[in-house]
Write a protein that binds this ligand. Structure first.
Ligand SMILES: Nc1ncnc2c1ncn2[C@@H]1O[C@H](COP(=O)(O)OP(=O)(O)OP(=O)(O)O)[C@@H](O)[C@H]1O
Ligand SMILES: Nc1ncnc2c1ncn2[C@@H]1O[C@H](COP(=O)(O)OP(=O)(O)OP(=O)(O)O)[C@@H](O)[C@H]1O
Ligand SMILES: [Mg+2]
Ligand SMILES: [Mg+2]
Lengths: 254, 254
């Protein structure tokens, strides 16, 4: 089950969701692999990989055909396996431009380990680049974390449109697993208005679970821990546990 | 005075800073032009331009040589002039690839209106694309809004490195006007630690003004207002007024 965590808008909680959801699924006994597709390597860094040790990474897999099994690292503290990213990924559009299989690179690599994991989660950068296209082509499902601010609705509409265009152009067949509200600040008129409009428009596609703002989620990476290795009883930890349960129900049904 | 608002990390308050700083400078009697360089057009949308009315935009200027004076719109409510962005900008790297002057397109356009404005502020997308390179080549200064989270220090180091590389490769000569802490949540150990490390490393390059989290800054765009047209006495409004004063001092000295 390959799930792409995607939103071309910046700072919507993609990395936090990828790591926390992954860790929550691992705590339920699932075998989980995290694929870091962001040149900024936020997921890798927040799991404690030193900046100087990010190689080898998804860049080696996508550009040089390095095998996934040669690149994956067990991050025993978190119960997650990880393939790191690094800054070299930023040249993906250039590096892959001449290859006929440029959109399939990640899919081919993940096919070699699909049966070894229950969940493979890809963390995407805030863009619609060849990196994100590779992740969309490789995935069975995609999940959109969105902060319910004034641009959430517009952003979702244009993201869905971009995915549909890519779908037709590139034979992407991953389905939308769900829209997840992140960094929710309760008690705001704006929040209530936006979540209301989004739920009205997308109905059951929106997860019941909403991730409220919890400073513990921002602090955990600075301790190189997932939320469960830091404050497992915090509101943020419990919210992602509920999300994991929702994800398991939805993928079991899928 | 052309100032580029840049950070390749998502959601660090670039658009909020571009609009609010611009509006604060306008309130001080300055003539201000906002250039939206983000395909997601957040700055344009938050100033009340309907999604369907984003054309003509910076895309027409960069790709088709449309003049700036033909594209600029007075946004009388806010006291700002605006050149909108639109989704077509996302193909900039492709569209400009064959032009020898691909990095100079914005500079050439802004040269035609430089004397008509005291401040021209460019809002950048979260990337290091040809759009951002155009903005860096065009600018006299750049300002980096950064949220003091666990990745702030790493992000600043790699951003500065990327700018230096581009500087040598492309003859960029804009100087760093300052680093601005945004979305600061007080009372957090993490915040104190990160702001301390950044100030220790970059000293006077870090603005004294820090923009604390203020829900009014998130709400104003949903009312199609700048913070000054919405809640001019809010903490967020007063913080950006202080920033404007710091920016005026620094640019007067520059
Ligand atoms: N629910 C939450 N409560 C508090 N802080 C959060 C929450 N979710 C995310 N954050 C913090 O907000 C910042 C941005 O989140 P994150 O990095 O997950 O977003 P992103 O979508 O991956 O960003 P980018 O687009 O740059 O990849 C981080 O500092 C993170 O720790
Ligand atoms: N000081 C603040 N207090 C509260 N909310 C804020 C503050 N600054 C920004 N925001 C909100 O946080 C969200 C992200 O901010 P903004 O859009 O300015 O970031 P950005 O860096 O331009 O993002 P992107 O990288 O996607 O362009 C917006 O909803 C904005 O209204
Ligand atoms: Mg991220
Ligand atoms: Mg922005």
């Amino acid at each position: 089950m390959i799930i792409n965590i995607v939103n071309n808008k910046g700072g919507t909680g993609k990395t936090t969701t990828c790591i926390s959801l992954g860790a929550a699924l691992a705590r339920e006994g699932k075998r989980v692999l995290i694929i870091d597709m962001d040149p900024q390597a936020s997921a890798s860094l927040s799991l404690g990989v030193p900046f100087a040790e990010l190689a080898p990474s998804t860049a080696d897999i996508l550009f040089d055909g390095r095998t996934l099994t040669d690149t994956v690292r067990p991050m025993t503290d978190s119960g997650l396996d990880l393939v790191t990213a690094e800054m070299a990924l930023a040249s993906a559009d250039l590096m892959l431009a001449d290859r006929a299989d440029r959109a399939q690179r990640l899919r081919e690599a993940l096919d070699t380990v699909r049966d070894d994991y229950d969940f493979i989660l890809c963390d995407c950068p805030p863009s619609m680049s060849m990196l994100v296209i590779n992740a969309m082509v490789a995935a069975d499902h995609y999940l959109i974390p969105v902060t319910p601010d004034y641009l959430a609705l517009e952003g979702l509409l244009s993201l869905m449109q971009a995915v549909d265009q890519a779908r037709r152009g590139l034979g992407i067949d991953c389905t939308l697993l769900g829209i997840l509200f992140t960094q929710v600040q309760n008690g705001l008129n704006l929040t209530t208005k936006v979540t209301g409009l989004v739920r009205e428009r997308w109905g059951k596609l929106v997860f019941d679970t909403e991730i409220r703002r919890d400073v513990r989620l921002a602090e955990a990476p600075s301790m190189n821990r997932t939320i469960y290795g830091y404050t497992p009883n915090s509101r943020g930890a419990r919210a992602y546990t509920r999300l994991a349960q929702e994800v398991m129900r939805r993928t079991a049904a899928a």
